[in-house]
Design a protein around this ligand. Structure first.
Ligand code: NAI
Length: 695
């Protein structure tokens, strides 16, 4: 049963029942339409209450039906809403907990709405690159006014029911959710005989200065929407609610909805929505794998990463102890933490009580004995195997049995780290991104012997820390940094051949990246990559790089932290100014290499940077380092500033078409350093089969 039918006195109660959030899938819609019919036919029934079982009134469309023809099978959501609206007996929506998307559109089709305080009301379709498609843009403005409807529909942000209390949206607000149903039934009894039945469609949308309001709104929304067409389409549809007859407005909304559904931007957003959910599912780790309890944490190293990682635990209410070698390093880490919290306080993101509460959850020590009873310890010391091995030997000695031993290493072999302990099943990589208290991505590196319960616990922890956890296998750089390596190599070669850091950054930022490779390296510290390249020069001497990044470091230009990197920086200012010295250094280097500098087009920059990611991503997928193409996209969307409207590198390659991508790769393979462009066998195979990475 996906909708239950009961009768209480003269009132029929229809309860949507499709866990977890009463998504309006085909079965639920069918059952609801039948239940309305049953109530209509029942002579003893004078009014109908429509509500939802469990945790929601309704969360809207059933996401399991998203890309299936079921969504368009009758009765569609439109038909259900028309059935409700066309009922000869009054229908009262009893709204609680979650009332979103199609769920709210259904409630708007009812004659009356009674809501419990604390219910979350939203039309979040814009977050998937869509507009509400079942009357939401036409009916909501008729009840809450055009300004408020615009705010809700353009942002998609949920509004608590009590904040909408003054509007015509709710006929009654019930303070105590446990009394909602009885209050709604009572309400239904009281209005049972009122005729004509009030319908939202019969109301008018009024605004004292409509044209000016719409013009201002359109400009404001357009400026904020960036590459996404949906927010402006929301404004257009809402405008239709004020300027067109109701049925025409509905049709306008429907047409725009269907157009948007086919846009790459909406497909990219829907891809990322599903990718995030898919990432937490590991085929050989059942959903009911028992988890280890994480009530107490420890972090080794109070540097850039350690301090941020500790803040994550404090923010989640988990006490955490940071261990350092020396008191002054610990003090420095605590000063960073305090500074970060104080800046959040200044921005109004934190209250001073919360600040103290969080600081109180973080303690420091110089002794391993004091962290021995932590449930998880995350090592964030220097990126050197010898240092990490020594730390893990120590942890193996002191940590209680069953404690999870994690490393935040960016590139080192988790299996080698695990091998220095007597408990490799407890060892895992937890790769945070800088700044660790801000960045959403958490790469979870599964070693050859990592326990399934440890992996499941790490995934659950990532949710608790409000991160997007993506599982990666062991290799140099895991998913994100291994791909980045190829991207940065191309960025370096582009400099050698004739581009400047500024041109490369501008081109890729125009493509939509949050930050180009050179601005990013200046932010992260050029010395980090320098150190890694030195290691790789020993381990993989065949790999060729542009030497410009090394020369930069030899000049002491480590980036923002040293006041100069690929760009110049004025004290206290993060703005990047092109550097004549660096541009001359690059030109000198080209000359030494016997390269005749040429004009490099923006198109070439974008292709070479993005296809370098795609090609390496294909290898990572083929080797099983990533479980799915969508996991790679999640890593790039949540950790590397890849443009959301393009859906991640693998999704993007699919939209370009793999034969096109391959053709470009083969072209670059014939150029300078062509060996970097050997096409990944998986990509070649998929291109021949006419398939994509994601589809
Ligand atoms: P950092 O140099 O800022 O901090 C390292 C800290 O570890 C220092 O405070 C040092 O005193 C302490 N330390 C060193 N040896 C120790 C030991 N034996 N016992 C206790 N403390 C010790 O380095 P950062 O940037 O925080 O990097 C730490 C780890 O995180 C590295 O493995 C790095 O690859 C990784 N990582 C760094 C990212 C970044 O953007 N900086 C991003 C993601 C991972």
């Amino acid at each position: 049963m996906s909708a239950e039918y009961t009768v209480q006195g003269q009132v029929a109660v229809i309860t949507l029942n499709n866990p977890p959030v009463n998504g309006l899938g085909l079965e639920t819609r069918t059952a609801a339409v039948q239940a309305i019919g049953r109530a209509e036919a029942d002579e003893a029934v004078k009014a109908i209450v429509l509500t939802g079982a469990g945790k929601a009134f309704s969360g809207g469309a059933d996401i399991r039906e998203f890309n299936s023809p079921k969504a368009l099978t009758e009765p569609t959501l439109h038909t259900l809403i028309r059935t409700v609206e066309g009922s000869s007996k009054p229908v009262v929506a009893a709204i609680h907990s979650v009332c979103m998307g199609g769920g709210l559109e259904l409630a708007l089709g009812c004659n009356y709405r009674v809501a419990a305080a604390g219910a979350q009301i939203a039309l979040p379709e814009v977050k998937l690159g869509l507009i509400p498609g079942a009357g939401g843009t036409q009916r909501l403005p008729r009840l809450v006014g055009i300004e408020r409807a615009l705010e809700m529909i353009v942002t998609g942000v949920p509004v608590p029911s009590e904040k909408l209390a003054g509007s015509a949206l709710f006929d009654e607000l019930v303070p105590d959710a446990s009394e909602l149903l009885s209050a709604a039934i009572k309400f239904a009894e009281n209005i049972a005989d009122v005729r004509p039945l009030p319908k939202v469609r019969d109301r008018k949308v009024a605004h004292p200065d409509l044209d000016a309001f719409l013009k201002g709104a359109r400009e404001r929304v357009k400026a904020a929407a960036g590459a996404f067409p949906a927010p402006v389409a929301c404004v257009d549809a809402i405008a239709a609610s004020a300027t067109m007859p109701f049925e025409d407005g509905l049709k306008f909304e429907r047409d725009r909805f269907l157009q948007l559904k086919e846009t790459t931007e909406s497909k990219a957003l829907r891809h990322s929505f599903f990718a995030e959910r898919a990432a937490s599912k590991i085929p050989d780790v059942p959903a009911d794998t028992p988890l280890r309890n994480i009530a107490k944490a420890a972090v080794i190293g109070a540097g850039t990463m350690g301090a941020g990682i500790a803040m994550n635990f404090a923010n989640a209410g988990i006490p955490v102890t940071i261990l350092e070698m020396k008191r002054d390093a610990l003090d420095k880490g605590f000063a960073t933490i305090r500074k970060n919290y104080e800046s959040a306080l200044k921005k109004g993101k934190l209250t001073s009580e919360k600040l103290e509460e969080r600081l109180n959850l973080i303690s420091g020590t110089l002794s391993y004995e004091e962290i021995a009873d932590a449930d998880i310890v995350i090592e964030a010391v220097f990126e050197e195997m010898a240092v990490k091995a020594q730390v893990f030997r120590e942890l193996d000695k002191v940590m209680k049995p069953g404690a999870i031993l994690a490393s935040n290493t960016s590139t080192l072999d988790i299996n080698k780290i695990a091998a220095v302990t007597s408990r490799p099943q407890d060892v895992i990589g937890l790769h945070f991104f800088s700044p660790a208290q801000v960045m959403k991505l958490l790469e979870i590196v599964r070693g050859a012997q990592t326990g399934k319960d440890v992996l499941a616990t790490a995934l659950a922890l990532s949710k608790k820390l409000k991160k997007t956890g993506v599982v990666a296998g062991v290799c140099d750089g895991f998913i994100g940094n291994r791909m980045l390596e190829q991207y940065l190599r191309q960025a370096g070669f582009l400099l050698d051949e004739g581009a400047t850091p500024e041109q490369v950054d501008k081109a890729i930022e125009k493509f939509g990246f949050a930050m180009g490779p050179f601005r990013m390296s200046d932010l992260a510290g050029n010395d980090v990559g320098w150190y890694i390249r030195k290691r790789r020069a020993v381990e993989s001497p065949h790999l060729v790089y542009s030497r410009t990044a090394d020369i930069l470091c030899e000049l002491g230009r480590f980036g923002q932290k040293s006041g100069a990197g690929w760009y110049d920086y004025k004290p206290g200012d993060r703005h990047a100014h092109p550097s004549q010295l660096v541009n001359d250094m690059i030109a000198d280097y080209s000359r030494q290499q016997g390269i005749r500098r040429r004009k490099v087009s923006d198109e070439e920059i974008i292709e070479r940077l993005v296809y370098a990611l795609v090609n390496e991503g294909a290898r990572i997928l083929e080797e099983g380092i990533a479980l799915r193409a969508s996991d790679i996209d999640m890593v790039y969307l949540s950790g590397y500033g890849f443009p959301l409207h393009r859906g991640g590198p693998m999704f993007y390659a699919d939209t370009v078409g793999l034969p096109h991508v391959l053709e470009a790769i083969e072209r670059y393979a014939r150029g300078r350093h062509g060996e970097a462009w050997a096409p990944a066998p998986l990509m070649v195979r998929l291109a021949i089969e006419g398939k994509g990475f994601v589809s």
